[in-house]
Design a protein around this ligand. Structure first.
Ligand code: 26Q
Length: 847
């Protein structure tokens, strides 16, 4: 790093990256921050001290970044997301600072185990799954690519619930992630803002004769920002993740307090603070809950006020908002921001509607993450009016202008008007957030090629016909820092020894690994590294579930949120098919497999919870049956999260991506597995299609109906019973389930999941079963030839470069945001002197 070539100021040693400096700082924090003598320090004390040691080194770069961004002409990305599923910070920061190995060695020299210390970190689980994790990968890539960016979101006091399995069923408990404090955040009370909610509007003419609207709110809450540093990989850029917490307003308390109602004041305070208490644990379903709308508006209103403040700091007028900020909507959860910016510009800044609309449309862009109609957000009009009366008026005005345009362009097409309207009038009137997002944005993108196509042809077809030029597709990606360099050090070492370490920030370079697939010696090392990962995972499985699994068996993994469309139950049918084979012919030759399942079910989603019960019930039978002789093991790993993911992806042989074609927008687990040398078995859905194309047909196991075939089959009248009756193996499997073999004789328990005889099979398991089983047979054959499998594994990794989130972010920069990198120079503090820019002459910064 640069440290060795520049003159060391006395105070620089405080944040230097040398072993000696790190050791001194660490011991200092044990003593001064944790208040312990090293001999009495707990593992948590050691973690906190390590975190503070690293944080000090980030802060210096953070301040340098803020200085570099100030007054420079580039746009800034404001990534608005209700979820950021960041995962533990410490390990990732060590990787990005480039000091992971040094710290491990220094710790070891002091008799400390870095892995144990890293395990202490309670991960911030401020997201449900794919969408929240994508936001986290994007933050890493934005910083790595030196793009000025702010992530804006909600500082939930309780993140995604903790899952335990009791009697085979999911039990939820609260996620108290802040219980030990959070060394990665800085509270910035000085930038707190006020957010109004509820009440009514008053329309009047001001003294200049202008028509004006005054919003008289029912309540006001305070938004307090908490900033976390997001360091890029081996650059000085440290961007900010700014999460808002809702507090009660002093004025509000004071008012009630004056009436002598102290307890009333306190209870109002509690109500305000409820706003950011908890993350809604639903994914892919929109429940019209008032608090959820309040959360969305709250963080968006805070963030836009913050952007206006930053604009003012730079002395830029609000009329140039869109030149300074590219506001990206991570799905429709922050889409109310479109109405809020209009309100700020028209009501507060007195701009004419058309000018405000130009600014808004040019600032906002919208990413869609779903094709499920039930997941499109809609809010009942009365609810919306109650929470955001002014915003509803603005939305109705946007709508009126939109529909005027549509009437002229599509003369006489009444049904089109109804479909494009921001207000759904099927049954109860509802505000359609996707429609608002489409009208108010200049760019709209899907997250994989197929998804974007289906979006254009189906969910957002009318908008595509209105404005085809707004539409684009940007396939998702994942960060190779966390998902390879950090989580898979064994493979990382092997890869870097072979091709250098340039791949970590330029993943396309992995392609240089391709020739090594033919190198038997390399393959052996590859196999050994991956085997060690499997041994480590087997140990984790034993610790957490008590189940002993054989690391030489095939690890067949399905980890993701539990959902019917993702079809965990199809994977279970495969397990039962294998079990049935063994029971019918105990001597049958069978490739030993360990099936690992993990994932959370939304607490209110009964069928998803039933799927967990289905998995654990089958596991109970299969794992206990002596005739199976350990050839099959089924494990449900509780509480799948980022931390577990880091142990699981590197240890998988086979990964299941088996959603019904046309349902999974992209999927990102598929990419993490491929990078780590696992092979994917999957349907032609989401990014599976592009992944298969990239790794090659021979290194991906495709099966099942394609999306057009699914539509065709449905259109011609799908009959699941026909498959059941014509396929004896399928019939045997279904019969076992329906006899209650896995449910202690209760034949009806799992019927809600599929009941082909009653023509109930909403996710077409019966149609895809035969193809799936046949494909799994090919998988087993390939696995039985280690040289072949390892060759495939190397190629899968070597060709996964396209799925780096760096590539995705570059595409956003070029096609949507029009932003280029802004490199950051480190600032240094000379002893006793104020901060200075490091420059060859060490000239003090101009005042
Ligand atoms: C909406 C309203 C009320 C309450 C909750 C929600 C809600 C919350 C989370 C709706 C959806 C989500 C999350 C969706 C999600 O994770 N989608 C996934 O996004 C990934 C990143 O693009 C894709 O790879 C996945 O295919 C997609 O399912």
């Amino acid at each position: 790093m640069k440290e060795s070539v520049r003159p060391e100021h006395a105070d620089d040693t405080r944040t230097a990256l040398s072993g000696a400096s790190l050791r001194r700082a660490f011991l200092d924090h044990v003593f001064h921050t944790q208040g312990k003598l090293p001999g009495h320090a707990s593992q948590n004390d050691l973690y906190q001290a390590a975190a503070h040691t690293v944080r000090d080194r980030l802060v210096q770069r953070w301040i340098s970044t803020a200085e570099a961004y100030l007054g420079q002409p580039s746009r800034t990305v404001a990534y608005l997301s209700a979820e950021f599923l960041m995962g533990p910070h410490l390990g990732n920061n060590l990787i990005n600072l480039g000091i992971f190995d040094e710290v491990r060695e220094a710790m070891a020299a002091a008799g400390l185990d870095l892995d144990r210390i890293l395990e202490q970190e309670v991960e911030p689980g401020l997201g449900n799954g794919g969408l929240g994790r994508l936001a986290a990968c994007f933050m890493d890539s934005l910083a790595t690519l030196e793009i000025p960016a702010l992530g804006y979101g909600i500082r939930y006091e309780y993140g995604i619930f903790q899952q335990t399995i009791i009697d085979g069923m999911q039990v939820e408990s609260t996620d108290t992630w802040l219980r030990n404090g959070n060394p990665w955040e800085i509270q910035r009370s000085e930038w707190a803002v006020q957010v109004r909610l509820g009440g009514h509007t008053e329309h009047y003419t001001d003294d200049r004769g202008h028509y004006r609207v005054r919003w008289v709110p029912a309540k006001t809450v305070v938004g307090v920002p908490f900033d976390s540093p997001i360091l890029g990989y081996r650059v000085n850029t440290v961007n900010t993740l700014r999460l808002w917490r809702a507090d009660a307003t002093e004025a509000f308390d004071f008012h009630t307090f004056n009436r002598g109602d102290y307890l009333g004041a306190v209870s109002k305070k509690v109500t305000s603070e409820n706003l950011t208490k908890v993350l809604y644990p639903n994914d892919e379903t929109s429940q019209g809950k008032e608090l959820r709308l309040e959360q969305q508006y709250f963080f968006v209103a805070c963030s836009l006020q913050d952007m206006l403040r930053l604009l003012a700091v730079d002395g830029i007028p609000v009329t140039r908002f869109h030149e300074k900020f590219a506001v990206q909507l991570n799905d429709t959860h922050p889409a109310v921001g479109i109405a809020e910016l209009m309100r700020l510009l028209v009501d507060d800044h007195d701009l004419p509607w058309n000018e405000a609309w130009h600014i808004t449309q040019n600032a906002f862009a919208y990413t869609n993450h779903t094709l499920l109609p039930e997941a499109l957000e809609q809010w009942p009009l009365p609810l919306f009016a109650r929470v955001l009366p002014r915003h509803l008026e603005i939305i109705l005005e946007i709508n009126a202008r939109l529909l005027d345009e549509v009437r002229i362009r599509f003369y006489g097409d009444e049904s089109r008007l109804a479909r494009l309207s921001l207000i759904s009038e099927y049954g109860e009137k509802q505000v359609r957030m996707a429609n608002l997002a489409c009208v108010g944005s200049h760019a709209i993108n899907g997250v994989a090629e197929l998804h974007s196509r289906l979006m254009r042809e189906d969910v957002l077809k009318d908008f595509y016909e209105m404005w085809p030029e707004k539409f684009t597709s940007i396939t998702n990606g994942v960060t190779p820092r966390r998902w390879l360099a950090l989580s898979n050090p064994r493979l990382t070492r092997l890869v870097s020894e072979a091709i250098g370490d340039g791949w970590i920030s330029d993943l396309a370079q992995l392609r240089a690994l391709e020739p090594y697939a033919e190198d038997a010696g390399f393959r052996e090392q590859w196999q050994a590294a991956r085997h060690q990962n499997k041994v480590a995972l087997a140990e984790l499985v034993r610790e957490t579930t008590g189940v002993v699994v054989d690391p030489s068996s095939m690890f067949d993994v399905m980890v993701k949120r539990i959902h019917e469309y993702k079809r965990q139950h199809l994977a279970v049918l495969h397990v039962i098919a294998l079990y049935h084979r063994i029971k019918s012919d105990p001597g049958t030759e069978i490739q030993p497999r360990t099936f690992l399942f993990g994932g959370k079910a939304a607490p209110g989603y009964a069928y998803a919870k039933l799927m967990i019960r289905f998995i654990t019930s089958v596991a109970d039978v299969v794992n206990r049956d002596p005739q199976v002789r350990d050839r099959l093991k089924v494990v449900f790993l509780p509480n799948f999260n980022v931390t577990y993911g880091q142990r699981i992806y590197p240890a998988a042989d086979l990964a299941e991506q088996i959603s019904l074609a046309g349902k999974e927008a992209s999927g990102t687990g598929n990419m993490k597995f491929a990078m780590n040398g696992a092979l994917n078995i999957g349907t032609m859905d989401g990014a599976n299609i592009e992944l298969r194309e990239a790794v090659g047909n021979d290194n991906f196991f495709p099966f099942g109906l394609t999306a057009p075939e699914v539509y065709g089959l449905r259109a011609s009248g799908y009959d699941p019973a026909a498959y059941y009756h014509s396929n004896p193996q399928l019939r045997a499997v279904i019969d076992l389930v329906q006899q209650g073999f896995f449910s202690r004789g209760d034949p009806g328990l799992f019927r809600p999941l599929f009941d082909p005889q009653q023509r109930h099979d909403p996710y077409l398991l019966m149609a895809d079963f035969a193809s799936y089983i046949e494909c799994q047979e090919k998988v087993s054959q390939a696995f039985a030839e280690p040289a072949r499998w390892q060759r495939m594994s190397v190629l899968s990794c070597a060709r996964s470069g396209r799925f780096s989130s760096d590539r995705a972010i570059r595409e956003y920069c070029e096609r949507i945001w029009h932003i280029e990198p802004v490199p950051v120079r480190l600032l240094h503090r000379a002893s006793g002197a104020p901060w200075q820019v490091e420059s060859p002459a060490h000239a003090p910064r101009a005042a």
